[in-house]
Design a protein around this ligand. Structure first.
Ligand code: NDP
Length: 327
């Protein structure tokens, strides 16, 4: 059967991850990268990868089966998602949890009107973690779901640290509390405060003449970002930052602890340890691109989330093969 033809809209961390992931899926082929910047300024991973201006998407409508949207959730996807879902089957990783219902509606309308399928909020959270929260709740209705994140580099918190006067550069990691995880794994169903679940760790390069104690106070006392957590601030050199903090690790745990009867506690756990958050997220997007293509072929149009996609649609294997090999 023919290869699924993929386009990438937006080429940042996620876009590069999608390019790498397509190379690992022989049933797919990359048509090209589409960017708002000057195409000549981008250096794609693959020397033969084509780069086009975003404006060239319209003339590639017949050449692309699924367009993977790799723009940022804050400013790019709210505009690009609805616009591009009118022209292409799409997959995106919109991760502003509180805005998902409104984003779903904004994408659903144009997709439906044009017979396209749009899978939104795909990735690991939202995405694989959401599916595991759903499984936990449905299978163990008498229970509690816990989500822990980390160890992970948080883009939002790193940005907040870098905005503090006196900070030249820096990163922020979120760490799950090992004690809290052990209590949850025991089946005890503890009530955990924000402070008990996660800690935060910052690595900061001071600007010339800045005072370390003042900077530290400004970070740990920052409302919304740090006041609800125990935060440690480590001051390091620019070389150390470059050497030890360039990667984007992340991951976490979804744990459902429930009782099927008074004496019987049951614990379900799904965990991710990711050396590269964007590369893993991109791998999930690519598997769901396969599903988007198939759903569209079946006439299932409009916006959908990970909850609406049957797992078999993610696999390159046929239903017959899956029944024989994995069931
Ligand atoms: P980036 O900031 O790296 O890229 C976002 C966009 O910015 C790109 O599409 C690109 O658009 C533009 N861009 C990238 N690099 C540059 C540059 N050097 N100069 C100017 N513009 C640039 O974001 P990420 O790829 O890291 O993440 C994208 C989104 O993925 C995040 O906002 C997050 O919401 C989501 N995400 C979701 C996850 C999930 O589990 N659901 C997990 C991880 C991330 P263009 O090429 O058009 O200029």
């Amino acid at each position: 059967s023919k290869q699924i033809r993929i386009g990438i809209a937006g080429y940042g961390n996620l876009g590069r991850g999608v390019e790498a992931a397509i190379a690992k899926n022989p049933d797919m082929t990359l048509v090209g990268i589409f960017t708002r910047r000057a195409p000549a300024d981008l250096v794609p991973l693959g020397p033969r990868t084509s780069v086009y201006a975003m404006g060239a998407l319209a003339e590639h409508q017949q050449a692309i089966d699924v367009l993977i949207l790799c723009g940022g959730s804050k400013d790019d996807l709210p505009a690009q998602g609805p616009q591009l879902a009118a022209m292409f089957n799409t997959v995106d990783s919109f991760d502003t949890h509180a805005r998902i219902p409104e984003y779903f509606a904004a994408v659903d309308e144009p997709a439906r009107a044009n017979g396209k399928t749009a899978l939104i909020s795909i990735g690991w959270d939202p995405g694989m973690f959401s599916i595991n929260r759903l499984y936990g709740e449905a299978l163990l209705p008498d229970g509690v779901t816990y989500t822990f994140w980390g160890k992970g580099l948080s883009q939002g918190h790193s940005d907040a640290v870098r905005r503090v006067p006196g900070v030249k550069a820096g990163v922020q990691y979120t760490l799950p509390s090992p004690e809290a995880i052990e209590r949850v794994r025991s089946g005890a169903r503890p009530e955990l405060s924000t402070r008990e679940k996660h800690t935060r760790e910052c690595f900061v390069v001071l600007a010339e003449g800045a005072d370390a104690a003042t900077v530290e106070q400004a970070i740990v006392g920052m409302p919304n970002y740090f006041t609800d957590y125990d935060t440690t601030v480590n001051f390091i050199s620019e070389d150390e930052l470059r050497r030890d903090h360039q990667r984007m690790p992340h991951g976490g745990f979804v744990i459902r602890s429930g009782n099927t009867s008074e004496p019987h506690a049951q614990v379900i756990e799904y965990s991710l340890q990711l050396e590269s958050n964007p590369e893993f997220t991109a791998s999930v997007l690519v598997a769901y691109a396969r599903a988007a293509y198939r759903l569209n072929q079946q006439g299932q149009i409009g916006a959908k989330t990970a909850f609406d996609v049957a797992p078999g649609l993610l696999s390159p294997k046929s239903p017959e093969q899956l029944r024989a090999e994995l069931l």
